[in-house]
Ligand binder design. Structure first.
Ligand code: ATP
Ligand code: MG
Length: 592
């Protein structure tokens, strides 16, 4: 079943993703604009910013914006600021402010300066007085509901507010009294005076300030009024001298307002507005920023709306923001996604104005490619069956040397204990083998990875007929280095020494949603109805000593099973916890 996609949306599948990875310098349209601007001498270096609102944790969509904002600055010798767009105090929280910084650093980026839109509240206010004095803004007494009525619709023009023609003096007086906290929440707004008949609704005298007597996480009770997003965002960019203000396509219709704010306030020619910043030691770089939009990252089998992510955490549908099934950067990190794998995803997806839905397998493929190259190999058994090698003496122990990576000698070697009693994978044994079976059967041979060839002599069962253990013999001529070591057998299986292996909790994660488009609300369903009941299963298994004795967040390929990571929070050498990051092969390709 192909992912259902709305019209005008291309669905991107794994094999369509070669162009960006293959290109030496990235060639997307935004980098082309930056190249041209530098070539024309418009800037000496780009200044960009990543501007999250601290109202939730970052998700994989943000990774695209981060890689673009910080990546362009780095590639063209410029700088990128991290700016919190904190103009909505009711929803914002210092917990998010800290987590966002951690996530950006984890992804491999660092900012030139850490800023907040709230650092500029004084500048923004002075700029508002300037707009009033120029006759470009007015204080409006319409209620929110009336403003909506007056706004008109896509097909009908709006009507002018009856307060639109207030005198400059009256507007200035009212604005100052708004700022002094004289009026109740919602009683008045400061509005831009633009054009109530504009075809672009964003230009119909949009609000610039609202009254909201809520404490702010950064400025406390200093402000009873807060700037609106478009006003604060555009001017913050201007204050910081941002050259290329990169944002997602939904802001395309806001660009005329962005430009209006920048042009009308004209910071470059109003140094007096920047005085409050100089007093605070914040350098200013007044320049004219240019907004450029690109398409969001969308991935199927995933929801990315912050509202839904907040609800899933709040309602206990997942185990917190860093649940390894969450698309948050914290969740992906705990799942075992590496910064390199996410940067690779952004490169493979590329930058354009075309909306698309990326197949989840593209994300998984990026992780596999990264871990295949960078994760050491280990052995672990996740569904154990005992195998006793009866021709080895009781208490027999030896140490085998294994290479840590089949394709890269620089990973070195490790010692793996081998003994008379082993754990093998239950699914590597079949009493009645299906056609084409290559692994162990009663009376059959199989190679134990790196140890030699064994034969299964006996299947021991309990009173109910359940298999309790296998008993077999190790062919002494097949040991590593012996002549018979290359004897042909059909299959090779992995194992761990029962006396040496460490019991481990192994968390088998899968996609959080079982349908490609969990946001699909047809037939009265919501994303909650599409949760995958099999997205999390915990099993007890055994890992070789060299897997247990590792630091949290170490990634391994457990041979023949998949890529796993030692859990960031709960892994201990004496009680290991591993999360499955991704299987060795795409197991969903055949499901659809
Ligand atoms: P909301 O506005 O609903 O809180 P948001 O996802 O827009 O959520 P912001 O914190 O405002 O979150 O986003 C910060 C930056 O990340 C913005 O520039 C935004 O365009 C970008 N961004 C957010 N989601 C995606 C996405 N899915 N793909 C690419 N960029 C994104
Ligand atoms: Mg936003």
């Amino acid at each position: 079943m192909a992912a259902p996609t709305p019209p005008n949306v291309t669905s991107v599948t794994p094999d369509q993703h070669t162009e960006a990875g293959a290109a030496p310098g990235k060639q997307d349209f935004i980098r082309q604009i930056v190249r041209d601007d530098l070539a024309q001498g418009r800037h000496t270096a780009p200044r960009t910013r990543f501007p999250p609102e601290p109202n939730g944790y970052l998700h994989i969509g943000h990774a695209k914006a981060i890689c673009l904002d910080f990546g362009i600055a780095a590639e063209f010798g410029g700088v990128c600021n991290l700016r919190f767009d904190d103009t909505n105090p009711a929803k914002e929280d210092p917990e998010y402010v800290q987590a966002i910084q951690d996530d950006v650093r984890w992804l491999g980026f660092d900012w030139a300066e850490l800023r907040h839109a709230s650092d500029y509240f004084e500048v923004l206010y002075l700029a508002a007085e300037k707009l009033v004095r120029q006759g470009d803004a007015f204080v409006c007494d319409l209620s929110a509901e009336q403003v909506r009525e007056y706004r008109g619709s896509l097909t009908t023009p709006g009507r002018n507010s009856p307060y639109r023609d207030r005198s400059v003096e009256e507007n200035l007086d009212l604005l100052r009294r708004m700022r002094a906290g004289e009026f109740a929440d919602g009683a008045r707004t400061l509005r831009a005076k633009i054009d109530m008949a504009s075809g672009n609704i964003n230009m119909r005298d949009p609000a610039l300030y609202r009254i909201k007597k809520v404490a702010h996480q950064n400025t406390g009770d200093a402000w009873p009024i807060y700037p609106m997003y478009d006003y604060a965002h555009s001017l913050s960019d201007a204050v910081e001298g941002i050259t290329h203000s990169l944002c997602t396509l939904e802001f395309e219709d806001h660009r005329p307002l962005y430009d209006w704010c920048v042009d009308k306030v004209d910071l470059a020619h109003s140094p007096e507005l920047l005085a409050p910043l100089l007093a605070r030691g914040l350098p200013n770089q007044a320049a004219k920023p240019r907004q450029i939009e690109f398409s969001r990252l969308n991935i199927n089998y995933t929801v990315m709306s912050k509202r839904k992510l907040v609800a899933m955490v709040g309602d206990g549908l997942v185990d917190g923001w860093d649940d390894p099934r969450m698309p948050t950067l914290q969740g992906l990190r705990r799942r075992g996604y590496t910064p390199a794998s996410l940067r690779l995803l952004v490169d493979r997806v590329g930058i354009s104005k075309q909306n698309s839905v990326i197949d989840f397998s593209v994300l998984e493929g990026c992780l596999r490619d990264d871990l295949d190259a960078h994760a050491p190999r280990r052995m672990a058994v996740i569904d154990p069956l005992k195998l006793v090698l009866t021709n080895l003496p009781e208490g027999h122990v030896e140490t085998l040397t294994f290479s840590n990576h089949p394709k890269d000698e620089s990973f070195g070697t490790r010692e793996v204990p081998f003994s008379r009693e082993l754990w093998i994978e239950l699914e590597d044994f079949a009493e009645v083998p299906p056609k084409g079976w290559k692994r162990l059967v009663p009376g059959g041979d199989v190679r134990l990875r790196g140890a030699g060839i064994i034969r299964c002599d006996e299947v021991v069962k309990d009173g109910d007929g359940n298999i309790v253990e296998l008993r077999g013999t190790l062919d002494p001529e097949s040991r590593p280095g012996m002549e018979g070591a290359n004897r042909k057998v059909k299959g090779t299986i992995h194992w761990v020494s029962a006396a040496h292996a460490v019991a481990a909790e192994i968390r088998l994660y899968d996609r959080l949603f079982s349908v490609a488009d969990p946001d699909d609300e047809s037939e009265g369903k919501t994303y909650r109805d599409h949760l995958n009941p099999e997205s999390h299963r915990t099993v007890r298994g055994w890992v070789e000593p060299a897997a247990a004795a590792t630091a949290p967040e170490t990634a391994f390929q457990f041979e023949r099973i998949g890529y796993f990571v030692a859990d960031r929070r709960e892994h201990r050498a004496d009680s290991p916890v591993f999360n499955r990051s991704v299987t060795l092969r795409d197991t969903w390709a055949t499901k659809d």
